[in-house]
Ligand binder design. Sequence first.
Ligand code: AMP
Ligand code: MN
Ligand code: MN
Length: 353
Amino acid sequence: MTQPSTAGALYLSREIESAIRSAIDQAQTILCVSHISPDGDAIGSLLGMGWILRHLDKHPTLALADKPAADFDYIPGFGAIVGASGVGDDYDLIICLDASSQDRMGAVYRPAAHGQIPLLVIDHHVTNTNFGSLNWVEPGCAAVCQMLVYLADALGAPLTGDLAVALLTGLITDTLCFRTSNTNAHVLQAAMRLTDGGAQIQEIVARTLQSRTYAGLRLWGSILGHTALQERVIWATISLAQRKQVCARDGDGEGLAGFLVSVKEADIGATFTERVQNGGRVVVECSFRAKPGFDVSQVALVYGGGGHPPAAGCTLTGPLDAVAAQVVAALQEAHRVQVSDGKQAAFGNGAHG
Ligand code: AMP
Ligand code: MN
Ligand code: MN
């Protein structure tokens, strides 16, 4: 068996560790939540936190505002995740995972009911607003699931079985299977601990990164003919009508911005997707990706979103084309500034989700 990683001490200070331990010890009822439009790190860290808490004889409620994709139903405990209607008012502690700001929790967090409850934030976004009463934010980690490897070690939960599958899921999806530039020795060491514990890389990859719907494929096909490339920014707009034409549902065709940025002539890729939110409001979801050394997180932050230097996003209202024109101009300006500052190195701090 691999020895416990020494990276825990690097990323989880004694002070935070004991604050988290006492917050959990004092709590009987715990609500765990993650972000809207949940990705593999959101779902993996939510379910992983559930297994860590159960190891400590707690019975957490695990909640997501948006229904998680059935692709992730191989993670043990998936069926117990509840939506906003399954969330009550009274808890001793709320734990928020992989969300950079309070609004990212969506309808599962009701400030009027939950505002006075201690809120533990565990996140790795550089744009995190420290909105908890206790914040453990570690942008040096590639996924919240990596942070939970260190927390599990500190709290004595074995990195095996159900917990290992949950945590390896977030590590694999946020690093695009160890390909992002923030994949360092600590990430690989954490992944090795989880594979030693029985989680299988190839099974998780087959269920997540290597899996797409036919509608999603056809959507890419219809969009790719209409991409634009100017000033090393490549982008595409995806309207409700285009999605309807190929019968695409939410989640179909995800990951297009990451594909666009692989174009040699571009440093930044962006997609602008029209979507109907719960409640019927039409919004434009903006998704940005940057080559190593370029930073799209600050443009996302300016528009009320967030993320990591190479992968960020925001949600805006307004006509699709107008939003795209305005945001592309901001991305081109950020690109010009970053080139003239000469900041873009060969390898930057990469991250995905
Ligand atoms: P995506 O392009 O949706 O895969 O998101 C890439 C990164 O940007 C993730 O780390 C997200 O957490 C972050 N992100 C995307 N959309 C938003 C948003 N509306 N607000 C804050 N962060 C976002
Ligand atoms: Mn995420
Ligand atoms: Mn993440």
